[in-house]
Design a protein around this ligand. Structure first.
Ligand code: GDP
Length: 164
């Protein structure tokens, strides 16, 4: 049996969480896909140098905000991908508080901060919130696919490094 890890996708409504999951799983992008209501659970198998790892992606409805941490959805989460929309600065503030909230509740677990929709901005001009170490910030576009697979593979490697 291969190992699996539960990964929470967190971030404001419309930042592109579902689009990132669809790009990863099916390598496609649909501009008018309906937004997530509640939670979608999707599996993606990574082939890492250390062996196979199944990521179980929990794609949450942005309506949860910080209250996501009080729900049963968080149980057993190995990692979080906190997503912001590069074209909407307010979502970066939300991303930083979600990252902090996850780190407090699941200390020592992997977190990836993701600046999505990088196709909409000059990547050099997209600023990062002070709480987020720019070195740990992945820049992605679910539209073009830029950075998406790399980010999830890097996350998987980090999960294995830390232990599930
Ligand atoms: P969620 O609510 O966080 O799951 O966001 P969605 O995945 O539903 O995306 C919200 C909107 O942003 C949709 O209209 C998507 O087509 C669009 N979108 C998502 N990712 C990108 C991206 O990387 N670039 C651009 N230009 N649009 C995106």
């Amino acid at each position: 049996m291969s190992e699996s890890a539960k990964v929470m996708l967190l971030g404001d409504i419309g930042v592109g969480k579902s689009s990132l999951a669809r790009r990863l799983l099916w390598d496609k992008f649909e501009a008018d896909y309906k937004t997530t209501l509640g939670v979608d659970v999707l599996a993606y198998d990574l082939a890492l140098p250390s062996g196979p790892l199944r990521l179980i992606l929990w794609d949450t409805d942005g309506d949860f905000g910080m209250s996501i941490f009080e729900t049963v959805y968080m149980l057993g989460a190995s990692a979080a991908v906190v997503v912001a929309d590069a074209s909407r600065p307010a979502t970066l503030v939300k991303m930083a508080s979600l990252a902090r909230g996850f780190a407090e509740r699941r200390p020592g677990r992997e977190i990836r901060a993701v600046l999505n929709k990088i196709d909409l901005v000059e990547s050099r001009t997209a600023q990062t919130p002070p709480e987020i170490d720019p070195a740990t910030l992945a820049r992605t576009s679910a539209l073009t696919g830029q950075g998406v697979r790399e980010m999830f593979a890097d996350l998987g490697a980090g999960i294995v490094r830390r232990g599930l």
